[in-house]
Every structure is written in structure tokens, then in C-alpha cells.
Unconditional design. Sequence first.
Length: 192
Amino acid sequence: MGGISAFGDVGRAGIVNYGAPGASRPTKYQNNSAMRARGWVGNMPLRKQITKQEQLKVWEHDKWCCRYCGRPVIFAPAMKQLEKISPAHGYYHAHWKRQHSPLLDEIGATVDHIKAVKTGVINSHDNYNTSCWKCNLSKNDKPLEGWGKILENLPTDWDGLSSLFVELYDPITADSTDKQWYRLLMKKSEDR
């Protein structure tokens, strides 16, 4: 069995013999480039970022509603556009803090892993759910059994304010993330 020593030094070919005197398993707090290259940070699998395209696919599949509580969720970039038009009204904050953006703190759209990444489950559409921010924080990495259930038959006429985002989009003030979301949403509307 190989790995990184507690001091982060890597033996021959990047392997440490854990049976050797003084060698120990990596801690979850180590951030070593060799471990990251193998897809691990400490004792945890490296979390692969969910693409914007995949997020949009999940939200649209779930009709922009939290699959745990059933509440409609809000597309955060739409709230960011509202904040640009009418600043200091609590529409948007980059960290979704309650005192600065209470709606996002409650019902901001997120994609949740049904089975936690730490269980070793690979990212896949089958393991994604639309979740409001509150349910996502509450569920955290708990198994679905004993925490809640996945709701079916959600409302169909809600778009999470994604169409509002397209209407309010300003290419002059848009940052690179807004531009990516805009291109994705426009492509989706052209494909329909």
C-alpha cells in the first residue's frame, strides 16, 4: 500500500511504505500535489466540479424545485442581475449570507449529490438532485435514508428566474461567469 508520509515527503516513485518506521497515513488536512494528482485530498476523494451545463440540466429536469422540500429554487445569477439594477436591496451576495441575500440563503438553487462524494460515489447525473440552499446545508453528507426522501410530481411552470436573467443580462457589465450562463441559456432556448 502506498501513499504520502505525514510530512508530505514522497518516497521513490511517489510511494511511501506505510509499514515502514515513521510512516503514517495522510491526514484529511494534507494538501499535497501528488495526492491531488491521484484524485485525493487527504483521505477524501477529490471533488470534481459540476459543470454549468450539467447544473442547468439538473435544475431543468427537476423543474427548478428542491427535490427534498418541494420549494421552488432561484437561479442566483438572476438575483445578481437584479442587484446590479437595484443595489443594496439584498438580492445578491457572492456568499449567499442571510443578512445580505435572504432569498438565496433560503432557496438558492444548488445541485446536491444524493450519495455524498465522501462515500466514493462518482459524479453522475443519476446522483444529482436540485436542492435549495437550506436543504443542501441540512442534508450535508448524510445518507438519504433517515434524512428525508426525494419528492416527485413537482410544479411544471417555474423556471427559477432563469428567463429573467436572460432579459436582464448586460454584456457590458457581465463577468465571465455571467457570460457562460447566458450562452448556455441562449443555446437551450435555440434548441427548443
